[in-house]
Design a protein around this ligand. Structure first.
Ligand code: MG
Length: 340
């Protein structure tokens, strides 16, 4: 039996464009890159920490410093190892995800298989992925839409008082289906319902996190009446949140950085399906490492929004790509990446 060695290094992702959502703007995102070594194999992982989620270089490095793998000798005991990782501290979901992804990459490499195949998913069944466009001036929005020609779906950030103007501007330059992410930006349920009807007429497919996550009653009221599905994102972090989301939203947005990684994301998809919830797979600003790890789950979801690596100019990995709007998962073992 071998021995684990864990390495990690802070890194900063540079965004190609300043990215604005209802809660603020940013031009870079801190990440931590992780490598887990065992028996000559190396698995890679990543934690991404947009400021509004409460994790940072400091908190992730502190968390990873506490990881003690001396009592584990078998990497295939993922339940034992990842339950231990989760027990080190509460929260720290991105830090936990970085380890989880590295362990999955390691195991896949030891087995010589990509994870979509280990899980039994058909790589031909990946959904189209949306390209996210942040809140911006109309001219910049139009320019970004023109840059996103390879995509068959756009995700538009809303939630300020410019929502209709933004959608009108987008519709002047493209007719592709749109999904919108309000990031909890609407506060009035009647106005939200009016917007849902208007958005449906503009070719909008679903609305992500329309009102504040804490406001269960209003989100449930809207979901019951909305002509298009609602998706809970900020309201649903981990497996244990799904039962509460069941009667509040039409579906949920699963992200590796929120749910501690691939193991729990896989369980969340199974549970959401059993409860008849729609499933969307999202991301933070991430390199191709965490994005391609998430892509392994893409054949099992309704919608994917895995564009994080395309929004940055300093990716360090080569991984999934987009062909005719659809996700292509590389035929490489583990999470499917190589260092670029
Ligand atoms: Mg969202």
């Amino acid at each position: 039996m071998g021995k684990f060695t864990l390495h990690y290094v802070p890194y900063s992702l540079t965004l190609k464009h300043v990215f604005t959502v209802a809660s603020g703007s940013r031009s870079s995102t801190p990440v931590v890159l992780v490598a887990l070594e065992y028996d000559g194999f190396v698995g890679y992982g990543e934690a991404s920490m947009p400021f509004y989620l409460g994790e940072s270089h400091k908190s992730v490095l502190e968390f990873l410093n506490k990881v003690d793998l001396s009592s584990f000798q078998d990497p295939f005991l993922t339940e034992d190892i990842l339950v231990y990782i989760d027990s080190i501290a509460s929260g720290n979901t991105a830090a936990k995800a970085s380890f989880d992804i590295a362990l999955h990459d390691l195991i896949g490499k030891m087995l010589g298989q990509p994870w979509f195949r280990i899980w039994g998913y058909n790589a031909e069944g990946t959904p189209e992925t949306s390209f996210t466009i942040g809140i911006d001036k109309e001219e910049v929005l139009k320019e970004k839409v023109r840059e996103a020609t390879g995509y068959r779906m756009l995700k538009i950030k809303l939630g300020l008082d410019t929502d209709k103007a933004i959608i009108n501007a987008i519709r002047e330059v493209t007719s592709v289906p749109i999904c919108v992410d309000v990031n909890q930006g609407w506060s009035n349920k009647e106005k939200a319902l009016e917007m849902a009807h208007w958005l449906k007429d503009q070719g909008v497919v679903f609305i992500e996190q329309p009102m504040p996550a804490a406001n269960l009653d209003d989100n449930a009221w809207l979901t019951e009446r909305s002509p298009i599905p609602t998706i809970g994102d900020e309201a649903v972090q981990r497996l244990g949140d799904i039962h509460r989301a069941k009667d509040v939203y039409s579906g949920i947005n699963i992200k590796l950085m929120k749910c501690t990684g691939m193991r729990e994301a896989h369980k969340m998809i199974e549970l959401a399906r059993a409860l008849d919830l729609k499933v969307m797979l999202g991301c933070m600003t991430e390199t191709s490492c965490a994005i391609t790890a998430a892509a392994q789950l893409a054949p099992a979801v309704d919608w994917a929004d895995l564009d994080g690596a395309l929004l940055i100019s300093n990716d360090v990995f080569d991984g999934m790509w987009i062909k005719e709007g659809r996700i292509v998962i590389p035929e490489r073992p583990g999470i499917g990446i190589k260092i670029s």
